[in-house]
Ligand binder design. Structure first.
Ligand code: HEC
Length: 105
């Protein structure tokens, strides 16, 4: 019986290691394809300034920009959830326009 338990535990560890190696291979492939994000989206014509950053922050979190004044960008793109809302499908809102019903990946 003990041999069976030890064999099962070894099997679980082997599977975990294989999956971790698979995840690392996928990560390396994605990094090769997409590269690193730039530090910011600044261009000579559109430099990133403290004023623009503050304006963007205000617009992103302001629900008054939506039709019913209830939804901001941050409602769905929550910074604490890496820009998602952790729902299987997007919320439906009169203000959400084109991407209201799009599936999540
Ligand atoms: C009702 C929910 C919701 C609201 C509100 C919302 N988004 Fe989105 N957004 C989504 C969904 C869902 C997607 C699609 C994600 C996907 O396809 O992977 C998306 C995609 C995006 C994308 C990626 C588009 C692309 O082509 O890859 C950007 C950028 C974006 N949203 C910015 C914003 C901004 C800026 C606002 C506010 C003005 C906003 N979103 C408000 C749900 C929302």
């Amino acid at each position: 019986m003990l041999n069976l338990v030890v064999a099962m535990i070894a099997f679980v560890f082997a599977i975990s290691a294989a999956l971790a190696a698979d995840d690392m291979a996928t990560l390396k492939k994605a990094q090769k394809i997409f590269g690193s994000l730039p530090k910011d989206m600044s261009t000579p014509d559109y430099p990133v300034t403290p004023e623009r950053i503050e304006l963007g922050r205000m617009l992103f979190f302001d629900p008054r920009l939506s039709i019913d004044a209830n939804v901001s960008c941050a409602t769905c793109h929550q910074p604490a959830l890496y820009g998602s809302d952790a729902l299987p499908k997007s919320m439906v809102s009169g203000s959400a326009s084109w991407h209201a019903m799009r599936p999540r990946f």
